[in-house]
Design a protein around this ligand. Structure first.
Ligand code: CMC
Length: 431
């Protein structure tokens, strides 16, 4: 944080209070209200944290008006085009692009942590077969704290590092196992000669009777989906991980909390909801009806994959995702896919509609990702688990960063209380 001498003055009645102003390296200035209650006896009120910075961070920067997303200063388009997921993981975790030797070492470490404790297989078998894979992931990732005791001491930096490697490495295995379990197929063990994305595809689609030959173009598209979801500063699930960790909870419990938050349709669940919506729309001629419903205040329907709390311009991830959708569908020979045609027509219709223009609603990362994932062979229920495995590195990087902040405290928001004031208890016979 850049400390400045500048202050803003808050006047309440006849008293004035000086609030320090911090200047970030990019983005709007930040008013420091940490001492406000002690000095002025008032709280601030900001449900949904629309104007509140909950921490300082050096990991990810978003300029929502310009459609900019930087990880450690590097634009997402460069990372998605020139880098690959594990290099981006290193960048997020350690703050700089690795040398060739560092990257090789990191990839080796992650690869050698991909297997899960054999006893976890039994744990999976406790779930019903029709469980949503996200329900399984919340449970299994939380349960990692019962399997990996040597990486739960958060006061030990080495244990924190091992936990972060384990989480990045094992999450694809856990997501693939959740999928295999729900379709009644045997688990497929990871293989050390495959890269991260290829390994995940194989663990999802190979069966003992027949191996799965990984198509390098699909593996590249998978890797790009991982990269585009890797981190997104203080979104709901990341803030959940930070808040859970602020109490000193172990890393696996904190990431399980993040997965639970991501599941909701306003967040990571939007990719599943978006594809289901596109299928329901069915074909371009039905679009006007759905646009009208999205605009109707009395109808709870929203265009899924549209709008964002921070982006009031194109989500830069959506631009890359759209290109990827074209490439993958062409490769698979399904470029005339009716869902893609509906998506493109819907995007065009919404962007031309004054309602969406005035509210600055643009396609977000989830608008095209589901189309790619379905073309690859994933059912909709796997879309959010794939988001969760991709975002794990972001959660864990933010979790790790929190420990380096000497000012870090347990998170404890205040409230605007509107309930009853103290009243006398009425005995049941008198009510
Ligand atoms: N369709 C129709 N109207 C919308 C939409 C939409 N998708 N999104 C926002 N609006 C309207 C909303 O009704 C409100 O109108 P008014 O001002 O008249 O009340 C206005 O736009 C502002 O919406 P908001 O809900 O106050 O904005 P928010 O910042 O709280 O919500 C959002 C952001 C992403 C939850 C919301 O845009 C939404 O529900 N989108 C659909 C779900 C979705 O695609 N989520 C994925 C987000 S990107 C990936 C991720 O973060 O996980």
């Amino acid at each position: 944080m850049t400390d400045s001498q500048r202050t803003a003055t808050l006047t309440i009645g006849d008293k004035s209070f000086d609030l320090p102003i911090h200047s970030p390296t990019a983005g709007p200035d930040v008013l420091d209200i940490r001492k406000l209650y002690a000095q002025a006896g008032v709280f601030t009120y900001d449900p949904g944290f629309t104007s509140t910075a909950s921490c300082d961070s050096t990991i990810t920067y978003i300029d929502g008006n310009e459609g900019v997303l930087l990880h450690r200063g590097y634009p997402i388009s460069d990372l998605a085009g020139k880098s690959h997921y594990l290099e981006v993981c290193f960048l997020l975790l350690y703050g700089y692009l690795p040398s060739a030797a560092e990257l090789e070492q990191f990839e080796d470490t992650i690869t050698r942590h991909t297997m899960v404790h054999e006893q976890m297989h039994t744990f999976f078998r406790g779930f019903r077969r029709d469980a949503h894979p996200m329900a399984i992931m919340v449970g299994v990732v939380g349960a990692m704290s019962a399997f990996y005791h040597d990486s739960t001491d958060i006061s030990d930096p080495r244990q924190r590092e091992i936990a972060s490697h384990r989480l990045v490495a094992k999450m694809p295995t856990i997501a693939a196992m959740a999928y295999k379990y729900t379709i009644g197929q045997p688990f497929v063990y990871p293989r050390n000669d495959l890269d991260y994305a290829s390994n995940f595809l194989r663990m999802c689609f190979a069966v003992p009777a027949e191996d799965y030959e990984v198509n390098p173009i699909l593996a590249r598209a998978m890797d790009r989906i991982f990269t585009l979801h890797a981190d997104h500063e203080q979104n709901a699930s990341t803030s959940t991980v930070r808040l859970a960790s602020s109490s000193g909870a172990n890393p696996f419990a904190c990431i399980a909390a993040g997965i639970a938050c991501l599941w909701g349709p306003a967040h990571g669940g939007a990719n599943q909801a978006c594809l289901e919506m596109l299928k329901e729309i069915g074909s371009p001629e039905n679009i006007p009806e759905y646009i009208a419903r999205a605009k109707d205040k009395d109808d709870p329907f929203r265009l899924m994959g549209f709008g964002h709390r921070v982006y009031k311009n194109f989500d830069p991830r959506a631009t890359v995702m759209k290109q990827s959708a074209d490439e993958v569908l062409e490769l698979l020979g399904v470029e005339n896919n009716p869902i893609l045609a509906t998506a493109k027509a819907l995007e065009e219709a919404a962007l031309a509609d004054p309602y969406f223009a005035e509210k600055k609603l643009f396609p977000n990362v989830d608008f095209y990702s589901g189309i790619i994932l379905e073309a690859m062979g994933f059912p909709t229920s796997m879309f959010t688990p794939i988001f969760a495995l991709s975002r794990t590195v972001g959660w864990i990087s933010q979790w790790k960063e929190q420990f380096s902040d000497p000012a870090h405290k347990i998170g404890r928001p205040r409230q605007l209380y509107l309930g009853e004031t103290e009243r006398s208890y009425t005995d049941i016979e008198d009510r």
